[in-house]
Design a protein around this ligand. Sequence first.
Ligand code: SF4
Ligand code: SF4
Length: 203
Amino acid sequence: MRFTIESQQLESDLVKRVEEMIEQSPSICYQCGKCSAGCPVHYLMDIPPNVVIRLLQLGQIDRVLESRTIWVCSSCSTCSTRCPKEFKIAECMDALRELALATGKDTPSEKDIKLFHQVFMSNMRMFGKVHEASIAGVYKLKSRHFFADVGAGIKMFLKGKIKLFPHRIKGVKEIRAMFEAAGYGRKEKEEPSTEDKEQEKLI
Ligand code: SF4
Ligand code: SF4
């Protein structure tokens, strides 16, 4: 893979934002490639994880934000566990997803993954923990994949794995404060996002 780099790209405010979000600098990576070698979904990615980190080192963050890789990453943390430099690659992928959405630089493909990500994060912020039934409801309404995985959903419900009604944990304000401190989600005084409004309707 060959990239042309302009000197002004070596300094990037967005890379600094990633560093703030994960409290670590990509510069510690020495490109051993262990992260990519262990990634279970690397074959679906357009840029391998170690190259994502290399591009951040070179200030080429737009290429990363436009990539399929950040949406295909399943946050399994195998890469972070294997990294000899203890670089937080999985957290870095999380930060890149949020930045891609915040800056509008995300790829136009992978719409369903992005939608699921937004609904999941909104649900976590709303209740302080995941409520699967409202995630499935909002996701299906917005994606229009009404009948996908219905059989699995019914089986899980019958086995008591899916609760019908959500439960807000006591520390939900603290969870929201954590989201905001990490730069995720909207501020308390801002208008609720579309995902938040949809999930409020289901309560
Ligand atoms: S495993 Fe760590 S040091 Fe090695 S390439 Fe990946 S991020 Fe860099
Ligand atoms: S967290 Fe993402 S990049 Fe890292 S190993 Fe898992 S799927 Fe691959």
